[in-house]
Design a protein around this ligand. Structure first.
Ligand code: ZN
Length: 541
């Protein structure tokens, strides 16, 4: 044996042998599991013994939806996430603009990210063009909301983008206007990304560095796998080839410290047809990169009132949400991917978007029945109970982000009313219906740390000392499955990953405390001590 892990409390997430104390690993694969006495018999001269000192070990965590490339990119940009007031935001932009001028690069964009006006105590209105002009002056300036669905710009930026001449009632852009008919500064959904056409595409070498660094960060958090949606994040429409080329280099050279299941964001039918031919589902670069699904966008976000609802917003009857694709377009994307054997996973926040996707899945299935394909809905937040049953009938996977509870518990009831709110984020019913439910962070929206996600899945902490519809919570065992075996299932990898089972890859996380034995309140205090990927220690505290 190469390595024997012993003296642990090892929860395998495998019903055949749920709790053991030791595991034998050879060539990156789990050979046996059992008691210390049984496993230590396989020790030879060359065996490395790892004493777990009574600590808690699980299959390594898997995050089922995030954006690794975007996370890295955003970390390089001015971050407005910590701002507690609008004044703080504007002061930060002013300082940034002064720096650009002092360094002789006044024509270089300020591209600041991650603001959330819901957290501002002085004024919760997103800054207009005029307010941004006062802060940044003539330096082109754009600020992107944490959800990525809306951005505001100063006049200089709008001029460069050729948007200042747009008129209300005439424009084809999704944007706001001031009372005098001039642009207000804010653009929405796809158009929030207009400024990105001025960003240079990072080189393959740069992307390889990002992948190295970010997968190492994931390993620190106990992640052995992430499902990542990475195309069109930095330079929309122009960066996919370099991202794939970089994953090929990184995957084949063995520098990745966490496996990536790519959720391939391809939103145009013609490009999708080529993509599925060039990279069929399951295309691998080494053992640590695989193309796993096609990712599409269904709607926007709740905070920006761009999530598509079947009814209307309780606190904004005018808002209807914004569909990213018309039905025929979405159905065609489903048809192309489905017939190529690719599951489609779609971002849906509102029940109107969920409805469109369920229709799309039924359309594709009726034309070409494929009962085993694993289409999915990412986020599945605002939903009617009828739609959960429809997901069950169509074998649709749920990709949920429990940590969203922290921000959303305070706004959902206002947005959709309590009647629909209590049917929504209903992780309990997903489990009860036997729907495959995996957990993720949507990083950089929230950090890709599975521990807080597990905490919110179990507690539904409403950040006000209570619990938000606690009857919709899952058990700790279910939460652990969401971040292990279900993440593997979503990537068609449940026969090789996701549990501590002989024959599977040796992917483990060692934690400071037994999550199944502590008060749920204490889950947040859990530390990752070690992460093992394919038998290799990729992180040690
Ligand atoms: Zn996302």
């Amino acid at each position: 044996m190469d390595r024997i892990f012993y003296n642990g409390v090892i929860k395998t997430v495998d019903d055949a042998q749920p709790l053991v104390s030791a595991v034998c690993v050879q060539g990156g694969i789990i050979m046996r599991t059992g008691s210390d006495e049984e496993m230590l018999k396989y020790k030879t001269e060359n065996t490395e013994l790892i004493d777990l000192q009574g600590k808690f070990m699980l299959p390594g965590f898997i995050d089922s939806h995030m954006h690794m490339i975007l996370t890295h990119y955003q970390n390089m940009l001015p971050d407005l996430g910590g701002c507690k007031t609008k004044k703080e935001v504007l002061d930060l932009l002013r300082a940034e603009a002064d720096r650009h001028r002092a360094e002789g690069r006044a024509d270089e964009w300020i591209n600041a990210v991650n603001f959330n006006q819901d957290y501002w105590s002085d004024d919760k209105n997103i800054p207009t063009r005029l307010e941004l002009d006062e802060a940044a002056g003539d330096v082109p300036c754009r600020i992107l909301r944490c959800c990525g669905h809306t951005a505001s710009h100063n006049t200089k930026a709008l001029e460069i983008m050729n948007v200042m001449k747009e008129k209300p009632g005439e424009t084809t852009l999704n944007m706001k206007f001031l009372a005098d008919g001039t642009p207000q500064g804010q653009l929405f959904e796809g158009d929030a990304e207009l400024a990105a056409q001025f960003v240079e595409v990072p080189s393959v070498e740069e992307y390889v560095e990002w992948i190295k660094e970010e997968t190492a960060n994931c390993a620190k958090l106990g992640l052995v796998g992430i499902h990542s949606d990475d195309f069109n994040m930095v330079a929309p429409g122009r960066d996919m080839d370099n991202v794939m080329a970089a994953y090929k280099v990184a995957g084949e050279s063995g520098v990745m410290k966490c496996k990536v299941y790519e959720q391939c964001r391809v939103e145009e039918a013609d490009i999708l047809k080529e993509f599925v031919k060039k990279y069929p589902r399951g295309t691998q670069f080494g053992t640590r990169f695989v193309t796993s699904a096609i990712k599409e966008m269904g709607d926007g976000s709740l905070g920006a009132h761009s999530a598509v609802l079947r009814g209307s917003y309780a606190n904004d009857p005018e808002a209807k949400g914004v569909k990213v694709h018309e039905d025929d377009e979405m159905f065609e994307l489903f048809r192309i991917a489905h017939e190529a054997g690719y599951p489609v996973v779609v971002h849906c926040i509102g029940d109107g978007a969920v409805e469109q996707v369920l229709n799309g899945i039924e359309y594709a299935q009726n034309r070409h029945p494929m009962p085993d394909i694993r289409h999915g809905i990412v986020h599945c937040q605002i939903m009617g109970t009828d739609q959960l049953y429809r997901m069950q009938r169509n074998n649709v996977l749920a990709y949920v982000q429990p940590v969203f509870c922290r921000a959303d518990a305070g706004i959902v009831d206002d947005c959709v009313g309590p009647e629909l709110a209590k049917q929504s984020y209903n992780w309990r019913l997903f489990e009860d219906l036997g729907i495959h439910q995996s957990g993720g962070s949507d990083c950089p929206v929230e950090p890709c740390d599975p521990i807080p996600n597990i905490y919110y899945a179990v507690t539904r902490d409403n950040s006000k000392g209570g619990s938000w519809y606690p009857e919709n919570a899952v058990t700790i065992e279910e939460a652990i499955r969401m971040f292990t075996i279900e993440g593997a299932y979503a990537g068609y990898a449940e026969s090789t990953r996701g549990s501590i089972t002989p024959g599977k890859y040796a992917d483990f996380v060692v934690l400071s405390q037994d999550l199944t034995k502590i008060d749920p309140k204490d889950i947040l205090n859990t530390k990752v001590l070690m992460t093992v990927l394919e038998g290799e220690t990729v992180y040690e505290a």
